[in-house]
Design a protein around this ligand. Structure first.
Ligand SMILES: *Cc1c(COP(=O)(O)O)cnc(C)c1O
Length: 422
């Protein structure tokens, strides 16, 4: 038994499933997780000393790769000044300025500790501000583990929500209306039957949690128009896309201004941070300016702010288009490789993200994502990990490429894929 297996066995005794977040357990891909000892640039090294090219990127935050020098130094020097004060510090203002300057739709921003907190708080704000209870979300979009978001469609009736997990009372998701991603007509129908009760539409502007699914042309603009017509707020969950699909997020890339934006992942540079922001009138409804309560003992934590500032200051200077071109070229080569093998794949890609769907049909929503062969993905995941390439341990996730990934990393990945038998 190697050290990773021993640690996992011990962890399972005192941590549910041996992990602090379920997908890490690798159950969907039929193997045990590997414990990581350290990461540097585009690679991680296991506790057994095995090195992997890392396409997980901590699920999104590490666009600069692991232990990026200025991020590491900023966190170390913040620690020397003290870990937390529970009183304002200057770096909270600096990170807020970076966010507000990057996102034109955001006049004011509130820091929280995770993406989950960001979306929960944005939804509470939308409900409090509009005085309405209902909201629309899309099947296959993930907005963290807040109760109201954990709904799935019941027996094909898209408008009836049932809780997606025990522990969420049906009443809590009774106001969660579901529509298929990229299906504007379904959203229009929900608005015509429930319009006056709909506080908000929340959407991943590029879906990253059913595998990568880009928005169809006109989808986001259509949502913007429907929200305007019905007095509802449009919430972009940019926890993945913020500072990834462009420095100005998906809203900058597609030119659509949401009313509220949820952020996380990259803005913490690997430390636990989330944020939500929007226009001044709405954000001033948040306590203590307004009545809508939201708080956090460690919100705006100095270490996390330092990591976020160092990350955004570096990203501001980076060439996103060049990275996207390299990822695009790599995905084309990977697609060709599978075509030559006669294995049907569809590689969905956008910016520095991609998902390999074992499917001959394009993937446009959760139904088509689920139609892909996830058993084949599981075999692919294990094959690649055995060959030094660490992908996301589920068919419904997105590979995250960083600015550190080299051509040698891409070639090693193609090399490993070449010996995959299907
Ligand atoms: C990861 C993620 C969240 C939740 O963020 P946590 O920091 O894990 O709570 C919310 N929305 C999206 C789109 C995400 O990808």
């Amino acid at each position: 038994m190697n050290r990773s297996s021993r640690l996992f066995a011990a962890a399972r005794q005192i941590i549910p499933g041996g992990v602090n977040s379920p997908v890490r357990a690798c159950m969907a891909v039929g193997c045990d997780p590997i414990f990581i000892a350290r990461g540097q640039g585009s690679a991680v090294t296991s506790v057994d000393g095995v090195r992997y090219v890392d396409f997980l990127g901590s699920w999104g935050p590490l666009l600069l790769g692991h232990a990026f020098e200025t991020v590491r130094d900023a966190v170390c020097s913040a620690m020397e000044r003290g870990a937390s004060f529970g009183a304002p510090c200057e770096d909270e203002l600096r990170l807020a300025e970076l966010v507000v300057n990057a996102l034109p739709s955001v006049d004011m921003v509130r820091m929280v500790n995770s993406g989950t907190e960001a979306t929960m708080s944005a939804l509470r704000l939308a409900r409090g501000y509009t005085g309405r209870s209902g909201f629309i979300k899309f099947e296959g979009c993930y907005h963290g583990h807040g109760d109201a978001f954990l709904a799935s469609a019941g027996s094909g009736v898209a408008t009836l929500s049932i809780p997606g997990t025990p522990g969420v009372p049906p009443a809590v998701v009774a106001n969660t209306f579901l529509a298929p991603y990229n299906d504007l007509e379904a959203v229009r129908r929900l608005f015509s039957s429930h319009g006056p009760d709909i506080a908000a539409v929340i959407v991943e502007p590029v879906a990253g949690n059913m595998g990568l699914v880009p928005p169809s042309p006109g989808f986001l603009q259509g949502l913007r128009d429907l929200c305007d017509a019905h007095g509802s707020l449009l919430i972009f969950d940019e926890v993945i896309t913020g500072f990834r699909v462009s420095y100005r997020g998906a809203q900058g890339r597609f030119g659509i201004a949401p009313d509220l934006t949820a952020l996380g992942k990259i803005i913490g540079g690997g430390l636990p941070v989330g944020a939500y922001g929007g226009n001044r009138a709405i954000m001033e409804s948040v306590a203590p300016c307004g009545e809508i309560y939201q708080a956090g003992t460690l919100s705006g934590n100095p270490l996390a702010m330092a990591a976020g500032i160092a990350t955004l200051e570096e990203l501001r200077r980076r060439d996103y288009a060049a990275l996207e071109e390299r990822v695009e070229a790599f995905c084309r080569e990977l697609e060709d490789l599978f075509r030559r093998k006669g294995i049907a794949v569809h590689i969905s890609r956008l910016a520095s993200m991609f998902t390999l769907f074992f499917s001959s049909a394009p993937v446009t929503d959760f139904t088509s994502a689920k139609a892909a062969d996830s058993g084949c993905y599981a075999r692919f995941f294990r094959h690649m990990r055995d060959n030094g390439i660490f992908l996301a341990p589920s068919a419904f996730e997105t590979a995250m490429v960083s600015f550190c990934h080299t051509d040698a990393d891409f070639n090693a990945t193609l090399e490993a894929a070449l010996s995959f038998a299907g």
